[in-house]
Write a protein that binds this ligand. Structure first.
Ligand code: ADP
Ligand code: MG
Ligand code: ZN
Length: 655
């Protein structure tokens, strides 16, 4: 208890300066300038400058009159004058003394005649004195200002407390009473169920305490970024209508040792004062990293102190204090085991990426605040966004609203949403990037090659859109295959092989139709190679290694992507040979196919060059027309599927 009081006092002291930043600054400046002056000495810097460093043993700052009387005495040998200062060197049997006087009366007309009379060498230095004077007194202030601004910026980022408010936490600790409700959080039903009992406890703490029930103190929300962990924590507070104190783990780690720990103390003190309440620690991995794993150089002590304080606080209040600590992380495996022990964060709740129904529900929540056209079909949008988190979906709605706004539409249309999805998948459209006609032609053939193979190969995903408009960095064009089924966790072997054929389609088209290959296929080949490598070494899909797994990814020490290679050199050679020969074999097949569909590719490329973007439907139409004209049997791989998918879309629209 006594400890607590002392803290409050410290905080009050800090408050004084916090509330008077100008005063604090003035005191600081004066101290610093005084220190600076005492180091440099008044005119000394100037003296050295003029003297060029001769063998002067002593420097005295004196009054002008004293220098004049020294001159009269005859001890002075030389004099240097500036408009405002005078410097005289006295020579007492070889011991040189420098006298310096500032604030010289410039109207002293007797000085020069006196010097002449005593035969003293003198020289005047125009302006030098003034400028160096100015520098001498301004420089420290300027430097100090620079340091001040630098520090102030650094401070305010982390704690908003000002330089002297280092230990004060209220500005960093966010306190609010959110009106978020469980209905605002969708697609994470299991997680919601798990936190519901907390709401009840916060609402009616007496019920539970009277029974002696032990309610969990800490609950860890685990899941990928953007899945709604923060939102869920807020919703718990909102549903229970209790105060919500939130901090971010990374905000704890500051440059001053001890700050983090004192913040933790403040945080818990505040939360207890307003109990029942919720404490939310975002990115807890920033402080709760396993101590054994260690951080990068330094900063470790601070983190450890903060972590220890957190553990102490969590142990410090009993289950009779209705304060619940929620924490969020996307890397639970890095957390210190001490944090996960009983009585701390002993419960973990998974907040995962939403499935189809979840995505649909999230899209609905977020489209409440915008104007959607009645024709918009969110089911199609949900279908096409497998793998995206809630935050991405919220972003897509917003992006679509921005797009619609740009075209001065009254409502958001389906096409805006589709465009927004594409943006989030492929990066921003950059129509303004100039590409040459030659490049455009190469890209058009290349993408047509991909598109054709995607449509003709069983197991490949059908084409949604082909574009030769460069998007984002690196990609000159792209063939978009949006996943049509809602979610795919498994891939069959023939689908992987199909992917390889599609990837090779780009390069093959360049060779067949342009007669020369380009660097444009680099990424495709890289991916094709990686697929084969995984088939051999991870999935046991080939005869090269049979069912033996050859590579296990290792983390951190060797850097990302490092894999253990504990297999024989012979195996490595077999693997290389297999990959090379398979790629060659597939490449020959792909070229043959492209040749068989020569005119189809030409047609597709011509359309692409003209309109730059074509839909998957158009691609299939071009291929279909070509096959019919040549009395070929249709090789379109997704015919049946398309019919089914389009029927399903129609059904959705009618719902
Ligand atoms: P996290 O904390 O998991 O990184 P956030 O809770 O900060 O994710 O999510 C950011 C935003 O994305 C939220 O404010 C909300 O608008 C939206 N969002 C994320 N997940 C969901 C969800 N499950 N339901 C509704 N909206 C969500
Ligand atoms: Mg968050
Ligand atoms: Zn390509």
């Amino acid at each position: 208890m006594a400890k607590q009081d002392k803290n409050n006092q410290d905080n009050n002291n800090n408050n004084f300066f916090n509330n008077n930043p100008l005063l604090a600054f003035a005191i600081f400046s004066i101290v610093i300038i005084m220190i600076f002056k005492s180091f440099v000495g008044d005119g000394e810097g100037l003296g050295n400058m003029l003297d060029g460093g001769s063998s002067v043993t002593q420097t005295k700052t004196v009054k002008y009159s004293e220098i004049k009387s020294e001159i009269a005495k005859g001890t002075i040998t030389s004099v240097k004058l500036t408009p405002t200062t005078i410097e005289a060197i006295a020579d007492n049997d070889g011991r040189k003394t420098r006298f310096i006087a500032q604030n010289v009366p410039t109207y002293d007309k007797d000085l020069i005649p006196l010097l002449e009379e005593k035969n003293i060498t003198y020289e005047g230095i125009m302006g030098g004195g003034f400028i160096s004077d100015l520098l001498g007194s301004l420089l420290p202030i300027l430097i100090f200002f620079g340091i001040w601004i630098f520090l102030a910026k650094k401070m305010s980022k982390g704690m908003g407390g000002g330089i002297l408010g280092a230990g004060k936490a209220d500005k960093l600790i966010n306190s609010e009473k959110p009106d978020t409700k469980f209905d605002d959080v969708q697609g994470v039903e299991e997680a919601k169920d798990e936190v519901k009992e907390i709401v009840d406890f916060l609402k009616f703490p007496e019920r539970y305490m009277q029974l002696g029930a032990k309610i969990p103190k800490g609950l860890l929300l685990v899941g990928p970024p953007g899945t709604g962990k923060t939102l869920l924590a807020k919703a718990v507070a909102g549903e229970a209508s209790v105060p919500f104190f939130s901090v971010s783990g990374s905000g704890f780690i500051e440059m001053f040792v001890g700050v983090g720990a004192s913040r933790v103390r403040d945080l818990f003190a505040q939360a207890k004062k307003e109990a029942p309440s919720i404490i939310f620690i975002d990115e807890i991995d920033a402080i709760g990293k396993s101590r054994a794993s260690g951080g990068q150089m330094g900063g470790n002590d601070e983190r450890e102190q903060t972590l220890n304080q957190l553990l102490a606080e969590m142990d410090g209040f009993g289950t009779d204090t209705p304060v619940i600590v929620l924490a969020a992380t996307n890397r639970p495996e890095t957390l210190d085991a001490a944090l996960l022990r009983a009585g701390r964060f002993d419960r973990q709740v998974l907040v995962d990426k939403p499935d189809y129904d979840g995505r649909l529900a999230i899209l609905k929540v977020h489209s409440k605040d915008v104007k959607l056209s009645a024709k918009v079909n969110l089911k199609i949008i949900a279908k096409q966004t497998a793998g995206l988190a809630g935050a991405d979906l919220a972003n897509i709605i917003n992006e679509a609203a921005l797009l619609a706004g740009r075209f001065n539409k009254k409502e958001i249309e389906q096409s805006d949403l589709i465009e927004a999805i594409e943006r989030s998948f492929v990066g921003l459209e950059k129509k303004n990037r100039k590409i040459s006609e030659v490049e455009k032609r190469i890209v058009a053939y290349h993408e047509s090659g991909h598109a054709l193979m995607a449509e003709l190969t069983k197991g490949a995903t059908r084409v949604t859109k082909v574009s030769i408009i460069p998007r984002g960095l690196g990609a000159l064009g792209y063939t978009l295959h949006l996943p049509e089924d809602e979610e795919r966790f498994l891939k069959q072997k023939h689908e992987l092989m199909a992917e390889i054929d599609v990837l090779l389609g780009g390069r093959a088209a360049e060779e067949v139709f342009i007669g020369e290959i380009s660097t444009g296929a680099g990424n495709d080949l890289d991916r094709a190679t990686a697929i084969l490598k995984d088939m051999i070494s991870v999935y046991g899909m080939t005869d090269v290694a049979g069912l033996m797994v050859l590579s296990r990814s290792q983390n951190s020490f060797l850097g990302a992507g490092a894999v253990s290679t504990d297999y024989s050199e012979k195996m490595a050679e077999d693997m290389d040979n297999y990959i090379r020969s398979t790629l060659n074999e597939r490449y020959i097949y792909v070229k043959k196919t492209l040749n068989e569909y020569h005119q189809a590719i030409e047609n597709m490329t011509a359309v692409l060059l003209e309109v730059e973007v074509i839909e998957g439907k158009k691609v299939r139409e071009i291929i279909d027309t070509f096959e019919k004209e040549n009395n070929m049997e249709s090789r379109l791989a997704h015919g049946a599927k398309i019919a089914k998918a389009e029927a399903a879309d129609k059904q959705d629209a009618e719902d």
